[in-house]
Design a protein around this ligand. Structure first.
Ligand SMILES: Nc1ncnc2c1ncn2[C@@H]1O[C@H](COP(=O)(O)OP(=O)(O)OP(=O)(O)O)[C@@H](O)[C@H]1O
Length: 367
């Protein structure tokens, strides 16, 4: 990869018999916004702690710009962390909080002043230098924590659920601000969250994790459109996932019906899971739908209705529609072949990529 700044090679973390990270491999490029996304306890913070130098890897290599840094002390890494609870000093004002690291490094007063005002400008807190920490809102405290982390000019910034203490509206505003800040600074951000909406909104690349493993890596759109397995499809966005059978290339069967699809390269009649996103399902009349369902409940969500329904085989279907329906009514749902996403049981990301490559290679030969 061009411009690789961080590389994890077979990195493992064990606490006694507990394996917190299982042979993790990934690379981060300079200047991109990455997110580690996964449920509580999947190992996100452990990756940050290893990268920051707060804990050792039990096995594997961590490199920074090609050099092994496993044994490099935390304060010698050009990597800084913004913690979930901000970890600000309540007895120091904004200026002194931001200046703290520079004072420890015995930087001259003039340089400190210059760097602190630049960091405060970047987080839009110029004019707040003399404020006490307890005189700031949650969002402003959050920005002080970021200013303190960027004042040392790190090349990589690690952010451990930094928005989790904020209310929903401020959180959305801070997502945009953080993304803009990363673009202004041009450094690599590695952001940790268990909020899929946040990950989709902010990242260049997402790593979806579960049980100490990275299950899938890709752009938000790629992960949303092509989830590798049930866990990812369920965790990212809302999904309808039903069991089916891959009859042949571009032909999948579910709910006892055969549908044209864009997936291929599987064994004939292989059991599969089929994903259809609620926003890809159009509500229509019974005779115009590809499937017939009965409406169970509907909830108004502001811009759309979330309509819950079931088919005759007992599968549940969530439909997002700008039109409301009627509970108890039979309706049709319509979707296009490209709205159907077929997943193989137990397929890893590497196997998925290899299958796609092989299939596309064979398709090219036929042309
Ligand atoms: N010091 C420790 N001793 C023993 N087990 C630990 C220790 N630190 C973390 N773990 C375990 O390692 C696993 C991964 O923890 P980690 O904090 O990385 O998860 P996480 O994905 O960041 O979770 P959360 O979103 O809740 O912060 C968990 O099962 C946790 O219990």
């Amino acid at each position: 990869m061009a411009n690789t700044i961080i590389k994890f090679n077979g990195v493992e973390k064990r606490y006694g018999d507990t394996v917190s990270l299982k042979k993790i491999d990934f690379e981060l490029e300079q200047g991109k916004f990455y997110t580690l996304l996964g449920p509580s306890g999947c190992g996100k913070t452990t990756i940050l702690r290893i990268l920051a130098g707060f804990t050792d890897a039990s096995a594997g290599t961590v490199t920074f710009k090609g050099k092994r840094i496993n044994d490099l002390p935390a304060n010698q890494r050009k990597i800084n962390t913004v913690f979930q609870d901000y970890a600000l000093f309540p007895h120091l004002n904004v200026y002194d909080n931001v200046a703290f690291g520079l004072v420890l490094k015995k930087t001259t007063k003039t340089v400190i002043k210059q760097k602190v005002s630049e960091a405060l400008r970047l987080v839009r807190l110029s004019g707040y230098a003399e404020r006490e920490i307890n005189e700031l809102s949650g969002g402003q405290q959050q920005r002080v924590a970021i200013a303190r982390a960027i004042v040392n000019e790190p090349e990589v910034l690690l952010l451990d659920e930094p928005l989790s203490a904020l209310d929903a509206k401020l959180r959305t505003a801070m997502q945009v601000e953080l993304r803009q800040l990363q673009q202004r600074l041009g450094i690599t951000f590695l952001f940790v969250t268990h909020d899929q909406g946040e990950a989709l909104a902010m990242s260049d690349e997402i790593f979806v994790m579960n049980n100490g493993e990275i299950l899938q890596q890709g752009s938000p759109v790629a992960i949303y459109d092509e989830p590798i397995n049930h866990f990812v499809a369920n965790f990212i966005g809302e999904s309808n996932i039903v069991k089916g059978k891959m009859v042949a290339d571009h032909q999948v069967e579910f709910v006892h019906q055969c549908f044209e699809c864009v997936d291929a390269g599987m064994r004939p009649n292989e059991p599969v899971e089929v994903v259809l996103r609620p926003e890809d399902l159009d509500l229509t009349s019974v005779d115009q739908g590809n499937l017939v369902v009965t409406v169970d409940t509907q909830v108004f969500r502001g811009s759309i209705y979330g309509i819950m329904s079931h088919d005759h085989a007992g599968n549940h279907w969530l439909i997002h529609s700008v039109h409301q329906s009627t509970v108890g009514r039979q309706v049709g749902i319509y979707f296009e072949p490209e709205d159907i996403h077929v997943m193989r049981y137990g397929e890893s990301e590497a196997e998925f990529d290899a299958r796609l490559e092989q299939y596309e290679g064979e398709a090219d030969e036929k042309i």
